[in-house]
Design a binder for this molecule. Structure first.
Ligand SMILES: Cc1ncc(COP(=O)(O)O)c(C=O)c1O
Length: 388
């Protein structure tokens, strides 16, 4: 049976004017399909739209009152408790405009001054550039592969800490490989971090987006040690598609960090948008059925990708996130694969090189489009490969 999302055509998306669909140009006389930036093509949850409308009707565009922060923290904690088995103390759930602001504040206030930052790669692109903007050295730690799936290289992480790094950036579920890490993998990370007296910034923005048997496990719940060395960041922005509403959450997991955040977090919190807080509360509290419907739809898109015939490309179907990793090294291209496929297929993906050295030759494909558009995108990729 047709799903309402199936009716979202490429023309409709282009007319909407989102960043994802506004790359200029065409390929072989066809418009480009936006499949790069991590946002979904689907209309937002009714509860979210109602909250934003209510904000406008009530002129709720002033500075953020404590009561609305508290409501958001309670809703976030309840959602996390229900979905991930950890309901953090709402007093330890703090508002920030976005995860990158949480990252910046964590580096500034929760790491040894001047210490380097360890980043498993391929990685979410800004994590490669923001450390330098904060005058921090970045050490890329290429991920390995085991049993056919991308894994963290613990020995390299251990060496990085031994060389003086103070912070590991953990992205869980992982963008861009779609891995949902197992509890034992996370426990092994916690052991290494703790041995070096280091810190983890755990970016769990994709936490609600898991499929099949994969379940998100909050890193801070792995052990007391992990709770003691972690700053967790999350947001409703990926799962409910709200990045422009500028509301994320820092979740503290020990009393000392909560106290330190109270002393240092003001500037990071200050940019949080009031309508974004109201929309986020609505998403966590009243947007669960919508989320489940989106997850089911995305799962169908995963199946479409899994069945796609893309010779020369090693496809990693994501267990979490709506981002798929396509390793195109088998094609032997002499240009970045995303440039080739933008030109020849008209499908605009994120080039793997932007995700770090380990990402070279790969591409990140955003699956969160309507099924007919994804069908077209995959057919275009296939015919571009056949035409080589
Ligand atoms: C892993 C990850 N972290 C952070 C972000 C950015 O989040 P924010 O807009 O809250 O800074 C994204 C966006 O795609 C992401 O995928």
């Amino acid at each position: 049976m047709a799903h309402p999302f199936d009716a979202l055509t490429a023309e409709h998306m282009r007319a909407g004017g989102s960043w994802k669909w506004s790359t200029p140009g065409e390929s072989h006389g066809r418009g480009l399909i936006g499949a790069f930036v991590a946002e979904m093509d689907y209309p937002v949850a009714p509860a979210v739209a109602d909250a934003v409308r209510w904000s406008a009707d009530a002129s709720a565009f002033g500075y953020l009152p404590d009561g609305w922060v508290d409501d958001m923290a309670v809703a976030c904690s309840a959602f996390w408790g229900e979905r991930f088995g950890w309901a953090p103390d709402p007093a330890w759930v703090r508002p920030v405009p976005d995860v990158l602001t949480a990252f910046t504040a964590t580096v500034r206030h929760f790491t040894r001054p001047g210490s380097a930052i360890l980043l498993p790669t391929p990685a979410y692109m800004p994590f490669l550039t923001v450390p330098g903007m904060l005058d921090r050295e970045l050490l890329q730690v290429p991920m390995g592969r085991a049993s056919g799936r991308p894994v963290l290289d613990l020995e390299a992480i251990d060496r990085g800490f031994a060389d003086g790094a103070g912070l590991l950036v953990l992205t869980s579920p992982h963008n861009p490989t779609g891995r949902v890490f197992d509890a034992d993998e996370l426990a092994a990370v916690a052991e290494v971090v703790e041995r070096h007296g280091a810190r983890v910034f755990s970016d769990e923005i994709h936490a609600p987006l898991t499929f099949g048997d994969a379940r998100h496990r909050p890193y801070a719940t792995i052990s007391d040690a992990a709770a003691g060395h972690t700053v967790t960041a999350t947001s409703a922005s990926k799962a409910w598609n709200l990045p422009g509403l500028k509301c994320g959450q820092v979740i503290l997991s020990n009393a000392a960090d909560a106290e330190h955040w109270t002393a240092t977090g003001y500037l990071a919190e200050h940019g949080t948008a009031t309508p974004g807080v109201l929309a986020t509360t609505a998403a966590y509290r009243d947007g669960r059925a919508w989320l489940d419907e989106v997850l089911a739809y995305l799962d169908g898109n995963r199946a479409l990708l899994a069945a796609a015939d893309l010779p020369g490309i090693a496809v990693t179907v994501p267990d979490g996130t709506y981002l798929a990793w396509l390793d195109a090294r088998g094609l032997g291209l002499d240009e970045p694969p995303s440039a080739f496929f933008t030109r020849e297929a008209g499908v605009v993906m994120t080039d793997g090189a932007a995700c770090g050295d380990a990402g070279r030759g790969g591409m990140r494909l955003n699956l969160a489009m309507s099924r007919p558009v994804l069908t077209d995108a995959l057919a275009r990729l296939r015919s571009a490969i056949r035409g080589m």
